[in-house]
Design a protein around this ligand. Sequence first.
Ligand code: PMV
Length: 366
Amino acid sequence: MIETDFVPLPYQQEVNEAKITWKSPSNIALVKYWGKKAHQIPANPSISFTLSACATTTSVTFEKLQTPSKGSRFDFFFEGRPKEDFKPKIDQFFERTKTYLPFLGSYHLKISSSNSFPHSSGIASSASGMSALALCLVDFERFLNPEMTEAHFIKKASFLARLGSGSACRSIEGALVQWGAHAGIAESSDLYGIRYEGEVAAIFNNYHDTILLVDKGQKQVSSTVGHGLMHGHPFSEQRFAQAHDTVSSLQSILASGDLKAFIQLVESEALTLHAMMMTSLPYFVLMKPNTLQIINKIWAFRERSDTHLCFTLDAGANVHVLYPENEKTLVYPFIQEELLPFCEKRQHICDRVGFGAKKVTATPYN
Ligand code: PMV
C-alpha cells in the first residue's frame, strides 16, 4: 500500500456527535528503531513485544461545527485536567494527518486521556497515547464510511499512529509487531506495523517484562532529537544494515525458541542503541549508575541460576527485564531482592506481553 491509499473516499454518512474510547498498550522493541527519514519513515526495521499493563485510555468526543474550520479544533484533558503542554504535539499530529482524516476540519474534538502507569515515571507514553488517539479517529471515520474493512481499519490506525510517534504504530495489535520494510517479511511496510505472523515458539507466550524505574526525571534527549542525531552519524549506515540482519536472526530465534540466542540479540540491540547515542555529536550517556548496577546484577544472577532473564533499554535509564513465564518464581524474587534497591522508591511495573488495543465504547449520536 502507498500513502494515498489512506486518503478516504467521499464520506457516505453524516454524524453530528459521537464519543469513542479506546485503550491502547505500550510496546517494547526487541530490535530497535532509531533514526528516521522524512514523514516518520523508519531508517531501519524493528520488532516489538506489545505490552499489556502499561496502557493509555483515550476518549474523544466529536461535535460537528456549524462552519468548518481550517485548523483542527480541540481541547485536551489528561487525568481529568486541561493539559496545555501536550497540545503542540497533538496539533502537529493533526497537521500531519489532516489529508488522511478530512473530517477533522468539520468537528470540534474533546480528547481525554489517562495512563495506567504513574505519570512522570520515565515510561514513554507516546506509543500508547498516540495509538489510542489514532484508533479513536479511525473508528469515527468508520461511522462516516461504514464499508471500511477491519483490515483497513487496523492498517490505517497504525499508519496514523506512526505519524504521531513512530513506535506507536507497533501498539495496535499483539503479541509481536514488526514495522519497516524487510526483505524476509512479506507485507512488511515502512508505513505501518503488522502483526508478526512468522512461527513463534511457545516459550515466548506470556513473556514477562518487569519495568524498573531507575530514573523518573525528564528525558535527557527527546526522541525527535535522538532520531535526528542519526543523520550524519559515523556509524549510521552500518547500524541500519545491521538491523535488517538482526530482524532476520530474530525470526529464526522466535521460531526455534533458542533463549540463549534471544538474550544475546536483545541485550546487544539495547546496548547498540545506547552506543549510537554515545557516539553521536552531541553525545549522550542515557544510562545512570543504577542502570549499570542492574545490568551487572542480571548477568551475575543469570550465570549462577541458569535462568534466562535479560534486559533491554529504551532511550533512557529505566530497565526492562524480560523473562519467560516458567521462570517467574525464580526471577521475580531476585528482582525484588536485588534489583529494586536500585529503583527510585523501589518502583517498578509488572508487565507482560499483550494482544493489542481494545475498544471501550463507540457511540454515534445523530
Ligand atoms: O517512537 P519514538 O519516536 O519515540 O522512538 C522510540 C524509539 C525507541 O523507543 C528508543 C526504540 C523503539 O523501537 O521503540
